[in-house]
Design a protein around this ligand. Structure first.
Ligand code: COA
Ligand code: AMP
Length: 636
């Protein structure tokens, strides 16, 4: 094991105050912290309590002051609109300060919530940083979510203002945003006083007088405002993610801890230096987009790439490599699903080879497990480290992976290398006992967690304790299962709950079930993850109809598929459903989703001891077989 890694990892756990206090010195604070790690009266950990800072200052203004005004901060590359726009630190700071002035003009102040519903345009980053500048808490909602998801987030965050674009642009269609917003506001818009809309020329929205305001018109008359110091423990943003129920969880990111985590992870994990070009091919609607498009690269004075396009189809499987070549990307981050999509279209790397990728030093992948064939395939062409790393919306930054800024361990395909300094990771059995190497169990992190990790859920602190801290005393439950091998490499294999991962997007089967169940003909339903060659998983619905359901079965299924798409969004990719007579349940009435998933995915399954009626499993098999779905598992 590398001495440097071992030393740092050990110190981060033995002396967290000293370790993180040293990292924090690289940032600007308007008021120093009184303690690095302390606990509030409820026992919730607080990093840098007493300290005051501003994230926008640390991401922009201080770099301008330190001579980076002319360096590129953001490169916007949009094959779907044929646009490339470059903003220097000086220009981005000016735009952000002005938009912060717009927000202030609407009465938005420290602690107020602003909801951002935008595609990957520079204005999305400007809006996020402008909120941070005035201490407002942003909540970005992914543009692929439809009105039900948007409404639930508005209901929970109670934003005063919505910042949106008139449309998103998908390769085959324009997605109008305004109708989605209007529909969400109709049911849950009580708190919203104004919407600022960026009109895109591809589809302009009709603005409602007294509610909607044009972005450009607002910017024309606004004056720039400066950064407002906030407490280190104040929230920077709320980001909703899927839990096991239909109700999304509002992850609250503390300002100071987040800054420190970004500073550390950009340098010591991703190994990025000021002035280099870092590209996370993700969306600002996900945590990756928050940490490593909007904030991380800027905090360390690097250049961030904002890409509005797909890995394939915009225009072809060379899309990613064109961006790397044109902008001299040094470090890239994407999801394994994107690599699989490229591999399918360019299996021999012929398109890839036509680009000059000499600037690229490392490719980081996360969002789902990177299956070894995919990582080996991409490694064989790029011949640079392919770093699979594991983390979650809750943590905000990586837990485990090859920290290239510390020491490059040999790659083991299928593993996420070793826990990063700050993380004390263990594998436990159901009783909470530590498990021996090579045996699968629940992956947990020993408390206290390092800076930047959410320590509460917006308006639901008890739910945080119930979901993350209650199961294993003294540990944070990640919801993932896996094992450590004999070399200390962590292998993250599967979720232990009803969360599925569709093309790197984390979705709750419970939320999809809620929508299906609201169809008038549905008596009950279960949604499980069906393995998919490109997306990793796609949702599969098993539906039991009411006895008096009317209409042809095919049209009921079509209705349900459309219903999920319209209310949750196309990105859920719910396209496969089967009508079955009954669902398998335990004697206490719990649906056996795990067994259904195993049957559909062709895996061996054991007859659950608690099953109420084993014959139901044969009915499920029959239903799937008739619909030609899945591979069908056998009883082990
Ligand atoms: N706004 C509106 N609709 C969106 C959207 C957005 N921001 N993003 C996706 N959609 C729609 C797509 O148009 C598609 O609609 P369709 O059913 O009409 O075709 C649907 O949602 C599914 O989209 P997507 O998940 O992109 O699947 P795909 O089959 O079009 O493409 C991949 C497959 C692998 C290329 C794509 O999933 C991908 O690029 N994945 C990478 C994901 C990623 O980076 N995740 C980040 C986690 S770190
Ligand atoms: P999200 O919060 O959307 O980022 O999703 C986090 C979840 O995605 C994790 O809890 C894992 O289930 C899964 N995940 C993310 N990265 C990896 C990885 N590298 N390997 C395995 N699973 C991953």
């Amino acid at each position: 094991m590398s001495d440097e890694y071992a030393k740092l990892h050990e110190r981060s756990l033995d002396d967290p105050d000293g370790f993180w206090g040293d990292v924090a010195k690289a940032l600007d604070w308007t008021c120093p912290w009184t303690s690095v790690l302390s606990y509030d009266e409820d026992g919730t950990p607080q990093w840098f309590a007493g300290g005051e800072t501003n994230t926008c200052w640390n991401a922009l203004d201080r770099h301008v002051e330190n001579g980076r005004a002319k360096q590129l901060a953001l490169i916007y590359d949009s094959p779907v609109t044929g646009t490339i726009r470059r903003l220097t630190y000086g220009e981005l700071t000016e735009q952000v300060a002005r938009f912060a002035g717009v927000l202030a003009g609407f009465g938005i102040a420290r602690g107020d919530r602003a909801l951002i519903y935008m595609p990957l345009v520079p204005e999305s980053i400007i809006a996020m940083l402008a909120c941070a500048r005035i201490g407002a808490i942003h909540s970005v909602v992914f543009g692929g979510f439809a009105s039900r998801e948007l409404a639930s987030r508005i209901r929970d965050a109670q934003p005063k203002i919505i910042i949106a674009a008139s449309c998103g642009i998908e390769p085959t269609r324009i997605v109008p945003y305004k109708p989605v917003i209007d529909s969400a506001l109709e049911s849950d818009g009580g708190s919203v006083k104004a919407c600022i809309i960026l009109q895109r020329s591809e589809l302009e929205a009709d603005l409602i007088e007294g509610l909607d305001y044009d972005w450009n018109a607002c910017m024309d008359v606004a004056s720039p405002v400066s950064c407002v110091p906030v407490k280190a423990t104040d929230p920077l943003y709320i980001l909703y993610t899927s839990g096991t129920t239909g109700r999304p969880k509002g992850i609250v990111r503390p300002s100071g801890g987040h800054l420190v985590a970004m500073e550390y992870s950009m340098r010591r994990f991703y190994n990025v230096q000021p002035g280099e070009v870092f590209w996370a091919a993700s969306d600002i609607g996900w945590v990756v987009g928050h940490s490593y498009i909007a904030y991380g690269p800027l905090i360390v004075g690097a250049t961030a790439v904002l890409y509005e396009g797909k890995p394939v189809g915009t225009p072809d499987a060379g899309a990613f490599w064109r961006v790397v070549q044109d902008h001299k990307v040094t470090t890239m981050f994407t999801a394994p699903t994107a690599i699989r999509a490229i591999k399918r279209e360019d299996p021999d790397g012929l398109v890839m080879k036509s680009y000059n990728l000499s600037s690229l030093r490392a490719l980081f992948v996360a969002g789902e497990r990177c299956d070894p064939p995919t990582s080996k395939w991409i490694e064989s062409f790029l011949r640079i480290p392919i770093v699979d790393h594991w983390w979650q919306t809750e943590t905000g930054w990586p837990i485990s992976g090859n920290a290239l800024g510390i020491h490059q361990f040999p790659t083991k395909h299928g593993a996420v290398s070793k826990p990063i300094p700050g993380w004390d990771v263990h594998v436990l059995d159901a009783k909470g006992k530590r498990i021996k190497d090579d045996q699968v169990g629940a992956i947990v992190c020993k408390l206290p967690l390092p800076p930047g990790v959410a320590t509460t859920l917006w308006s639901a602190p008890q739910r945080y304790n119930d979901e993350y801290l209650a199961q294993f005393k003294g540990y944070y439950s990640t919801g993932d299962a896996g094992y450590f091998d004999e070399d200390g490499y962590l292998h993250v294999m599967t979720r232990t709950d009803d969360v599925i991962n569709v093309a790197g997007h984390r979705l709750s089967t419970g939320a999809i079930e809620e929508v299906i169940a609201s169809h008038e003909d549905v008596a009950e339903c279960a949604v499980v993850g069906l393995n998919d060659e490109i997306k990793g998983q796609v949702p599969l619905g098993l539906i039991v109809l009411k006895v008096d359901a009317e209409g042809a079965l095919v049209s009921i299924i079509e209705d349900i598929v459309r219903y999920v798409r319209e209310s949750m969004g196309a990105v859920v990719a719910f396209k496969v459903a089967v009508i079955v007579p009954r669902l398998p349940k335990t004697r206490s009435g719990k649906i056996l989703r795990g067994t259904i998933a195993k049957i559909a995915n062709g895996e061996k399954y054991l007859l659950p001891a608690t099953i109420e009626d084993p014959d139901v499993l044969d009915e499920i098999k029959q239903g799937l077989m008739e619909s030609k779905i899945g591979v069908l598992g056998t009883r082990g």
